[in-house]
Design a protein around this ligand. Structure first.
Ligand SMILES: *[C@@H]1O[C@H](CO)[C@@H](O)[C@H](O)[C@H]1NC(C)=O
Ligand SMILES: *[C@@H]1O[C@H](CO)[C@@H](O)[C@H](O)[C@H]1NC(C)=O
Ligand SMILES: *[C@@H]1O[C@H](CO)[C@@H](O)[C@H](O)[C@H]1NC(C)=O
Ligand SMILES: *[C@@H]1O[C@H](CO)[C@@H](O)[C@H](O)[C@H]1NC(C)=O
Ligand SMILES: *[C@@H]1O[C@H](CO)[C@@H](O)[C@H](O)[C@H]1NC(C)=O
Ligand SMILES: *[C@@H]1O[C@H](CO)[C@@H](O)[C@H](O)[C@H]1NC(C)=O
Ligand SMILES: *[C@@H]1O[C@H](CO)[C@@H](O)[C@H](O)[C@H]1NC(C)=O
Ligand SMILES: *[C@@H]1O[C@H](CO)[C@@H](O)[C@H](O)[C@H]1NC(C)=O
Ligand SMILES: *[C@@H]1O[C@H](CO)[C@@H](O)[C@H](O)[C@H]1NC(C)=O
Ligand SMILES: *[C@@H]1O[C@H](CO)[C@@H](O)[C@H](O)[C@H]1NC(C)=O
Ligand SMILES: *[C@@H]1O[C@H](CO)[C@@H](O)[C@H](O)[C@H]1NC(C)=O
Length: 716
């Protein structure tokens, strides 16, 4: 179906192309960079103070999307998300969404941003590196009066809105005139988070989707079940989807309800991100054998005995319960690190689950690359293999055998939270930008599995190479990190994986490291739909300041000038704030009654005085785990009736000062033998004071302050 408007628009584009310069280089250094840009003499677009987002009426309800989502939004829904992002990013701009017939005779208003979908013939030119058609492409036609975003599918148009927003952010509200043509080289551009060995609130996962979507990532692989290793049958083991079988998920407060998981998938889909759930077995399956101990191999409670008659029916029953919750065309059954002596059992299990999940849920499956030493059986070719380690499989050989493969190679894309003998805690930027090949250097992209030997890598045009997924693991379990620390660990690496998976390193306009370094800070700050940095707007360096010594009424003025007025009840101040992210400095002046009690409360953590040995110390509490300050206790008979506590926080550490003296850093001992690791906590600022803990003065600063300048114990 070719609509009259598009014929006109395409005619217009042909006309513009007459005045195109052959310069195809410099669009803007957005992340990822766009594939091609041809400048025109049509002038730059300048964001007006008020504009219309015009949805092509003929395409408004199109959900055209050949990706993995079963709940792709309409073009109209994407336009609404775009409008709200535009208002959030540029608060002084008014953007209204209108649906109009943009056919023949339509004349844009000055400032209009028009969203449409290309007719099939024009859309067909957008292909992945492997040659197949993608609905994630888009063309952006910019003149001084309007911008037209024409997707090869609805999601392609949405990615075009990311290009516009990012461009406006880094280019002072302007988009250069001309035509961008852009599409991903790979369809799988994802990140995986181990939510099995650490508890993450579902709202946090939803915010991560918004962050990843800003960089045009397409998948959030959620590793929903796992356990700590070893032979202890009572070790920490969890499945995060709330089962009707209470013995499978007895820790109800650490599971997602169907409604929560539904909302999470919908909100991710609204930003073009498909949630790919993983429920692990037959290895990493202690949560199953804690329910039914007889299912485990006698040698290892984390591995299921696939010969035991009830094992496969039990795993099937788990998938049967949860398949109706899931809105993606593929799911992962994990299936890594099983006993290689049972290779045929393993292969038969994987094939059985593939067929079962196909029949019950019309879904394909993925497994982690696992080279089972069998010459009798193999996993079927309709199973996608997620390669992660050369000791486990040979990805190019799998591709040559006819498997679809995703690159999660651990020398590029693997991190372990907080500490590891083998893997970094954040992605290695040097390796991603300059270490794709040990001998010749270069930027990594998903076709690189082996940095030592290029003959182990497919070409970028290999259609069986589906893309890349970075993996963030919680090997040390639930107390080694806070959930926000997981964001800090992927914050700067995720956009690099996104950029590399969008555009192969060999493309002429690939993002450079210098461009990334120049754009990333402002892009990171502007990422819409989330506040993972827990920023609080502030006019000056003092974010909020309350002084109860001079306050008599029920409202507590904020002396910072930001107007964050508090209300006083029962000695505690309720604020209009939640958490303050990094960097920050906070000061609490309270009576020194040496009793436990909560001083500061927020949605992400709390700060309290807690009992410790024979005394009292300071502690943060995040997701119900208490992290006391070790090596410090308050004197039982303090010299002063008041005490002044100062905390400084960065993404890497949290320091405490009492009455002007440094008293330590918050740390966690991951094991008896390793050195304690720093903990990073945001400042909880929803409630100041608590039962029995009145705070006389509270000050919160943005940034790290000079303690000697702010402490009453230093100012004489
Ligand atoms: C696995 O189950 C089978 C069937 O019940 C049993 O014969 C076998 O001993 C079990 N193997 C292990 C290692 O537990
Ligand atoms: C099959 O594998 C077994 C065990 O790995 C090996 O001993 C045997 O030689 C193989 N047979 C063939 C025909 O490759
Ligand atoms: C996958 O391929 C196998 C053959 O290897 C076939 O038996 C099975 O039906 C296929 N399953 C699906 C879901 O297509
Ligand atoms: C590189 O890999 C190929 C294919 O696996 C292998 O045949 C060759 O020996 C390797 N070369 C080196 C130098 O390791
Ligand atoms: C952290 O968890 C481990 C078990 O994984 C436990 O041994 C340790 O005591 C915990 N530490 C704290 C401070 O809760
Ligand atoms: C703490 O507040 C009290 C009451 O306002 C005041 O007398 C005292 O000087 C303050 N102390 C410090 C260290 O700020
Ligand atoms: C926060 O503090 C750390 C450590 O001093 C510093 O490296 C970092 O740049 C600071 N971040 C910001 C946003 O100021
Ligand atoms: C935190 O743990 C306490 C018991 O220690 C429990 O009563 C409370 O419900 C838990 N909070 C959450 C959010 O699960
Ligand atoms: C942690 O804080 C929560 C919320 O204030 C509270 O319910 C819980 O009891 C605290 N847990 C611990 C272990 O202190
Ligand atoms: C869930 O509740 C249990 C028992 O009350 C508590 O020990 C645990 O800390 C809670 N988990 C979280 C994440 O709050
Ligand atoms: C731990 O905190 C200290 C003090 O702030 C800092 O010097 C150190 O670099 C931090 N370690 C890590 C691994 O971030």
């Amino acid at each position: 179906m070719v609509k009259p408007y598009l014929q006109l628009a395409l005619a217009g584009i042909v006309w513009i192309s007459l005045s195109l310069r052959t310069v195809t280089a410099a669009f803007l250094p957005i992340v990822p960079a766009v594939h091609t840009f041809a400048t025109s003499s049509a002038g730059d677009y300048q964001l007006p103070s008020s504009l219309r987002i015009v949805v092509d009426a003929a395409q408004a309800s199109s959900r055209e999307d050949n990706g993995l989502s079963l709940i792709p939004p309409t073009l109209s829904a994407f336009a609404q998300t775009f409008a709200s992002d535009l208002r959030q990013t540029f608060p002084t701009t008014t953007a209204t969404v209108v649906t109009l017939d943009v056919g023949a005779g339509f004349t844009p208003n000055k400032g209009d941003i028009i969203l449409t979908i290309l007719p099939d013939t024009a859309a067909a030119q957008f292909t992945l590196a492997g040659g197949s058609h993608t609905t994630e492409g888009y063309q952006l036609t910019t003149t001084s009066s309007s911008i037209t975003i024409s997707g090869s599918g609805a999601k392609g148009s949405f990615w075009g809105t990311r290009t516009v927003l990012q461009g406006l952010v880094i280019n002072g509200g302007k988009i250069p005139g001309g035509i961008v043509k852009d599409q991903p080289d790979w369809e799988t551009r994802g990140f995986m988070l181990d939510v099995g060995r650490q508890w993450y609130p579902i709202t946090f996962l939803t915010e991560l989707c918004a962050y990843a979507s800003w960089f045009k990532m397409s998948e959030f692989h959620v590793h929903l079940s796992d356990n700590l290793p070893g032979v202890d049958p009572n070790a920490y083991a969890r499945l995060r989807l709330r089962s009707m079988v209470s013995e499978l998920t007895p820790h109800v407060n650490e599971t997602y309800s169907r409604e929560q998981f539904e909302d999470f998938q919908q909100q991710c889909a609204a930003r073009g991100v498909t949630v790919i759930p993983e429920i692990e077995s037959p290895g990493h399956a202690l949560v199953i054998s804690q329910w039914k101990p007889q299912l485990a191999l006698s040698s290892d409670p984390t591995l299921l005995n696939l010969s035991f008659p009830d094992t496969i029916p039990t795993v099937k029953s788990i998938w049967q319960e949860f398949l109706p919750w899931i809105h993606s065309k593929q799911v992962s059954i994990g299936a890594d690190e099983y006993d290689s002596a049972l290779a045929d059992d393993y292969n038969n299990f994987v094939n059985t689950m593939s067929d079962f999940i196909s029949q019950q849920g019309q879904k394909e499956i993925r497994i982690w690359g696992t080279n089972e030493p069998s010459n009798r059986t193999s996993v079927s070719k309709n199973i996608t293999i997620q390669h992660w380690d050369f000791g486990q499989d040979d990805p190019f050989s799998l591709i040559r055998q006819g498997y679809n493969v995703i690159n999660s190679e651990d020398s590029f894309q693997y991190i372990v939270m907080k500490q590891s003998g083998s893997f970094p805690q954040q992605l290695d930027q040097n390796r991603l930008w300059t270490g794709a090949n040990t001998a010749s250097g270069g930027i990594w992209d998903p076709h690189v599995f082996d940095r030592e030997n290029a003959s182990n890598n497919p070409t970028i045009t290999d259609p069986r190479l589906h893309g890349a997924i970075l993996a963030a693991w919680n090997d040390h379990g639930r107390n080694a990190s806070t959930y926000l620390e997981a964001f800090y660990s992927i914050k700067s690496g995720l956009p690099v994986i996104a950029a590399a998976s969008w555009q192969a390193a060999s493309r002429p306009n690939h993002l450079t490291r210098a461009q990334f370094l120049s754009s990333f800070p402002s892009l990171e700050r502007a990422a819409p739909g989330q506040n993972l940095d827990r920023r609080i707007p502030s006019k000056g360096s003092i974010v909020v300041e309350y002084d109860l010594s001079s306050n008599q009424g029920a409202t507590v003025p904020d002396r910072s000038g930001n107007g964050y007025t508090g209300t006083l009840s029962g000695g505690t101040i309720q604020t209009p704030l939640m958490s303050k992210g990094h960097n920050y400095t906070l000061l609490v002046n309270t009576t020194s009654a040496v009793t436990p009690g909560t001083l500061l409360t927020g949605p992400d953590d709390t700060f309290a005085l807690v009992s410790s040995g024979r005394g009292l110390t300071l502690a943060f509490n995040s997701t119900n785990i208490t992290y006391p300050l070790s090596g410090f206790t308050f004197p039982t008979r303090p010299a002063s009736p008041w005490m002044e506590i100062i905390i400084t926080g960065t993404e890497a550490s949290t320091s405490a000062f009492v009455n002007g003296a440094h008293v330590g850093e918050f740390k966690i001992s991951i094991s008896r033998t390793s050195t304690p690791q720093n903990m990073s906590f945001v400042a909880p600022v929803q409630q100041i004071g608590g039962p029995g803990k009145q705070v006389a003065r509270f000050v919160l600063w943005d940034g790290l302050q000079d303690i000697t300048a702010i402490s009453a114990f230093h100012v004489q």
